[in-house]
Design a protein around this ligand. Sequence first.
Ligand code: 5GP
Length: 127
Amino acid sequence: MTYAYDDQNIFAKILRGEIPCAKVYESDHALAFSDIAPKAPHHVLVIPKGPYVCYDHFARAASDAEILDYTRAIGAVCLQLGVTPEDGGDGYRLIANAGRDGVQEVPHLHVHILAGRNIGPMVVMRP
Ligand code: 5GP
């Protein structure tokens, strides 16, 4: 496996407390905070605390405890935002970009939770 993790990425700095964030939720292995440039009324990023570049890296290399905690953290944030359809919320979209074709800007795994309005078509293709 050759995932090179850059510990100078912006989310690594947030995890080390070198850069502030608007924290939404924290657990043993996960941190959630508001996106600095929100694309929807709710736009929260959920990141694992471990040094994982993207989702497939995390899925292959993280411990069971990290994967469980991170997955639960995403659910907890959705509940906290009041957007879970099961509880009468209007829903949300999860996005996890990876690599060049996925147009990932920050090379530390993050799931975007977008909610608070209709998020529109799943993908808008560029020519
Ligand atoms: P990506 O394109 O990598 O999936 O998304 C990166 C996201 O990180 C973007 O939505 C961007 O607005 C957000 N972002 C970039 N820098 C910062 C920052 O310093 N603080 C916060 N809270 N979000 C950031």
